[in-house]
Write a protein that binds this ligand. Structure first.
Ligand code: HSE
Length: 300
């Protein structure tokens, strides 16, 4: 008996919403297989593909393993389970790679056990995988990967999250340059204190973005897609960031910024045509500085 699950990549932060906002992509994503075995009573990671040997296979060190083990302990599962992790997206890319594996693992294990928990209840377990991956159990990749669409995290501790359904079409462009940035490192360089004036601007934008998404107001979404706090600090780690963002803006996207903790750069558009055009121009900007890259277009 086995269950196969696809867990999508996601764009966290969405400019102004550091740690509180994220959306799922249609692709790429990870494929996780959970299989019930009689020969053992433990959880084991038997296969990891697509990670170039960069991911640990011991359950306690692997984000998916930790998340699945916590769930199994909670459900007092007594039989053995084998996990196969097929990474189908780049690691350290700002696309929520570790979150996708954790989500895929808890969803697969839950289904294998006959779905005793609802998806939303799986959040806390998937979040523990994030803690292993980068030191904090932030939910802005895990929640969208698990629930789909755009998700707002009102409170991380109590996992108080809700979906933001936009009545108008939205398309994401994500361009991933071939460098690796560790979320944990980029969290360490963030300033702990924020001048009140910047904070006011930021929560004005967060409120505007949430309202804009719910109303399907492209103008409001566009005016709100700014980040004066995190982006200026992290963008210096992404070669060519300013030019890539400028290329997106010049292609008439609604807004553009760092995807999660980078190095990927995202843009949101109102039409697929704009999203594709922006992608080409953003790729061109990375090409110009000799940085290999790939582009994903997705309906949000
Ligand atoms: N909100 C997290 C961060 C997302 O920006 O550190 C990491 O993918």
């Amino acid at each position: 008996e086995q269950v196969k699950v696809f867990a999508p990549a996601s764009v966290a932060n969405v400019s102004c919403g550091f740690d509180v906002l994220g959306f799922a992509l249609q692709s790429p994503g990870d494929e996780i297989i959970a299989r019930r075995v009689e020969s053992s009573s433990k959880l084991e990671i038997v296969t990891v593909t697509g990670a170039n040997g960069m991911l640990p296979t011991s359950v306690e060190k692997n984000t998916a393993g930790v998340a699945a083990q916590m769930l199994l302990d909670y459900l007092e599962c007594e039989f053995g389970i084998e996990l196969e992790i097929h990474k189908k997206m780049p690691l350290g890319s700002g696309l929520g790679s570790s979150a996708a594996s954790s989500v895929g693992a808890v969803v697969a294990v839950n289904r294998l056990l006959g779905s005793p928990l609802e998806d939303k209840e799986l959040l806390q377990f998937a979040a523990e995988g994030e803690r292993v991956a980068c030191g904090t159990a932030h939910l802005d990749n895990v929640a969208p990967s698990l629930l789909g669409g755009v998700v707002f995290i009102r409170d991380q501790e109590s996992a108080d999250v809700f979906a933001l359904e936009c009545p108008k079409p939205l398309f994401a462009t994500v361009v991933h340059p071939q460098i690796e940035i560790k979320t944990e490192d980029t969290r360490k360089i963030l300033r702990r204190d924020i001048p009140l004036k910047k904070a006011v601007t930021q929560w004005g934008n967060v409120g505007g973005l949430v309202a804009g998404l719910l109303k399907g107001d492209y103008g409001l979404i566009s005016r709100s897609l700014h980040d004066e706090i995190i982006e200026p600090v992290r963008s210096v780690l992404i070669p060519g960031f300013d030019k890539v963002k400028e290329a997106a803006i010049n292609a008439d996207v609604l807004g553009s910024g760092i995807s999660g903790s980078g190095p990927s750069v995202f843009a949101l558009s109102s039409t697929r045509g704009t999203a594709v055009r922006a992608g080409k121009r953003m790729q061109g900007a990375f090409d110009k500085i000799g940085l290999e890259n790939e582009c994903y277009i997705s309906k949000v």
